[in-house]
Design a protein. Structure first.
Length: 273
C-alpha cells in the first residue's frame, strides 16, 4: 500500500479525475498519479492527500492546475511521418477539390490535445507549402494543460526540442533563430488560436474539416472515448477527416465514422451522403 494514498483515497481521486476530465487511472498507472500529487503537495498549504482532496472539490482553479499536472505532454514536430504524409498528399488535395466545388476557400482544423504546440505548427507549415493561392486556413489548438498552452502560444523552442525532426527548408522558412532557440514566425502563428479545452465537454466547434486528436484517447476508458468521438463527429462538417494515434482505434466502437486506408496511413472519414 502506498504511503501517500490509501485505497479509499485512491478511489476518490480516480473518480474526481474521471468525472472532471474523462482520464482514467488504474493500479497500473497509479504511481504517476501519486508522483504528480506529491509535487502538488510540496507547493500547497495543506500537507496530506485527504486535505488536498477537500481543496480540489472546492477550488476550480486548483482542480485545473491538478488536472494539468497529471496529464503527460509528449510531442515533437512532424510526429508520425505517415500521418503528416497522409495529411499532405491525401487530405489536403481532397479538401481543396471539395472546397473548390463548394466555392469555399477556408479550411478549418482542430488540434485537440495539442500539448506544447508542435502539432498545430507542423500542420500550419504543411498547409503553407501545399495550399494554392486564394486558400486560407485556421487552426484551433486546445489542451487541458495551461502550462503547455503558454509554451505553445509563445512558439519558442530550444534547439534540443527541434532536433532533426524539422526539415532544414522548413526550419529556414518558418523559424527565426535566436541564440540557442528557434521562434515560430508570425506568418504561421497568425493562423493558430490556442485555447484551453477539456475534452470531457463540448467545444462548440462546428463545420470543421479535420480533427487531429492523437495519443489522447488512450487515457480514457471506452465510455469516455465514445463520448469524445461522438462530439468530434458532430463538430466536423459533411466531408471531413479524423486523425487519432497510431496505437488507437475505433474498431468495435459504435460510431458513424468510416475507416479510410490511404497509401500512407489509416484514418477516419465523415461523409454525409
Amino acid at each position: 500500500m502506498s504511503d501517500l494514498l490509501n485505497e479509499l483515497e485512491f478511489d476518490k481521486y480516480k473518480k474526481l479525475i474521471y468525472d472532471s476530465s474523462g482520464i482514467t487511472f488504474t493500479a497500473t498507472n497509479r504511481s504517476i498519479l501519486e508522483s504528480r500529487l506529491r509535487e502538488r503537495l510540496r507547493n500547497a498549504t495543506v500537507k496530506s492527500a485527504g486535505e488536498y482532496f477537500s481543496v480540489l472539490v472546492k477550488d476550480g482553479e486548483e482542480l485545473k492546475a491538478f488536472l494539468d499536472s497529471v496529464t503527460t505532454n509528449l510531442t515533437r514536430f512532424f510526429r508520425n511521418t505517415a500521418h503528416i504524409e497522409t495529411f499532405e498528399h491525401y487530405v489536403i488535395p481532397d479538401l481543396i477539390k471539395t472546397k473548390k466545388a463548394q466555392g469555399n476557400n477556408q479550411i478549418k482544423i482542430w488540434s485537440a490535445g495539442c500539448s506544447t504546440g508542435e502539432e498545430p505548427y507542423t500542420l500550419a507549415m504543411v498547409l503553407q507549402e501545399t495550399l494554392p493561392p486564394g486558400f486560407d486556413y485556421q487552426i484551433t489548438a486546445s489542451d487541458i494543460s495551461l502550462k503547455s498552452l503558454m509554451i505553445a502560444k509563445e512558439g519558442v523552442y530550444p534547439e534540443a526540442r527541434i532536433g532533426d525532426s524539422v526539415p532544414p527548408e522548413f526550419l529556414n522558412r518558418y523559424f527565426d533563430k535566436r541564440e540557442t532557440n528557434y521562434r515560430i514566425k508570425d506568418d504561421i502563428k497568425k493562423h493558430i488560436r490556442f485555447d484551453y479545452h477539456n475534452l470531457k465537454f463540448d467545444s462548440g466547434a462546428k463545420q470543421l474539416d479535420v480533427i487531429f486528436c492523437r495519443n489522447v484517447l488512450i487515457y480514457f476508458d471506452l465510455p469516455a472515448q465514445k463520448e469524445v468521438i461522438d462530439r468530434f463527429y458532430s463538430a466536423l462538417g459533411p466531408h471531413a477527416f479524423l486523425f487519432i494515434g497510431h496505437s488507437e482505434s475505433l474498431f468495435g466502437m459504435d460510431t458513424k465514422f468510416e475507416f479510410l486506408k490511404t497509401d500512407w496511413a489509416c484514418i477516419y472519414k465523415k461523409e454525409n451522403k
